[in-house]
Design a protein around this ligand. Structure first.
Ligand code: NDP
Length: 277
């Protein structure tokens, strides 16, 4: 089934799946651990091989949980991890990566991101990322939560993606950031594609879901994925939900659906600062 997942190329040409699995909120409650690990196994089984984590999540606990889930299956996965801005100095970035590798029980991270912009100059973090690529500890690097002005500063570098808040209720990036990234051949990773669950009760989503015999979560994810070069990383904590979210790939929204959604969730008509969760 892994073959069924569409991919999009990274700037270096490597294809990555357009749908993956988030892990924010994992490893907070020991009572949920078994389900969370089972969810990641289900994700791999469903072909959702891109796993998104960060040192921030459960203070390293999510990285450890991912490491446990991927034990023996590391080669099936594409691991995305993030360094905290407070660690993102020249030296701190390298140290954070080494901690991450230990917790993830692996010898390399496929894509390592700066979680958001902090006090260290971007150039320092990029130098550290470059060293980590050169020594094979990360395959490539990117950023998260950077608006178009800051992305422009990175033009000409090896930046591989910008991971941003993008869903039906957060369409600001359509005005400038998404067109700019498309022009650069840069895929964008959309986080919180179902607005952390807040989108699920929306009546318009429900109506469109009913037309397709789908669920609101699937429609919200399918909507994000309608744009080429966009990767969605919904988070789910049960195998059943993981399979449901994978089903978003089977939902093709019609022009009619898209017009209905535009009326309920209008696209931006001016610049809005990039929002962050
Ligand atoms: P999502 O939009 O993915 O929503 C997750 C919530 O929706 C959870 O409460 C989950 O419940 C619920 N849910 C998921 N699938 C379904 C379903 N099919 N039916 C009903 N409920 C469902 O929000 P996130 O903020 O978690 O974003 C996804 C990922 O993006 C994060 O986990 C993280 O990896 C990344 N992220 C990155 C950020 C950054 O700054 N770079 C910021 C925020 C997120 P349950 O878990 O109980 O199953």
């Amino acid at each position: 089934r892994a073959m069924d997942i569409p991919t999009t190329p990274l700037p270096d040409g490597t294809p990555i799946p357009v749908l993956g699995a988030g892990t924010w909120g994992y490893a907070e409650d020991p009572g949920r651990r078994r389900d969370e690990i089972a969810s990641l196994h289900a994700a791999l089984d469903e072909g959702l091989t891109l796993v998104d984590t960060a040192e921030m999540y459960a203070d390293g606990g999510a990285q450890e949980l991912v490491g446990e889930a991927l034990d023996g299956r590391r080669d099936e996965a594409f691991v995305v991890d993030k360094v905290l801005p407070s660690d993102a100095s020249r030296r701190g970035t390298v140290e954070a990566c080494e901690r991450a590798l230990r917790r993830l029980r692996t010898d390399r991270i496929d894509l390592y991101l700066l979680h958001w912009r902090g006090r260290y100059p971007l150039s320092e973090t990029v130098e550290a990322f470059t060293e980590l690529v050169d020594t094979g500890r990360i395959r490539r690097w990117g950023v998260s939560n950077l608006d178009v002005d800051e992305m422009q500063q990175l033009a000409g570098t090896a930046v591989a993606t910008d991971q941003i808040l993008y869903n039906l209720t957060r369409r600001g990036p359509e005005f400038d950031l998404l067109p700019w990234a498309a022009e650069q051949g840069l895929p964008v990773m959309a986080y919180s594609p179902i607005e952390q669950g807040r989108l699920l009760g929306d009546p318009t989503l429900r109506e469109i879901a009913d037309r397709h015999g789908a669920t609101p979560a699937q429609v919200a994810i399918a909507w994000v994925l309608r744009r080429p070069g966009t990767i969605a990383i919904p988070k789910a904590s049960t195998p059943a939900r993981m399979a449901e979210n994978r089903g978003a790939l089977d939902v093709t929204l019609t022009d009619d659906d898209l017009a209905t959604l535009d009326a309920a969730f209008p696209p931006p008509d001016r610049k809005r600062r990039l929002e962050i969760l």
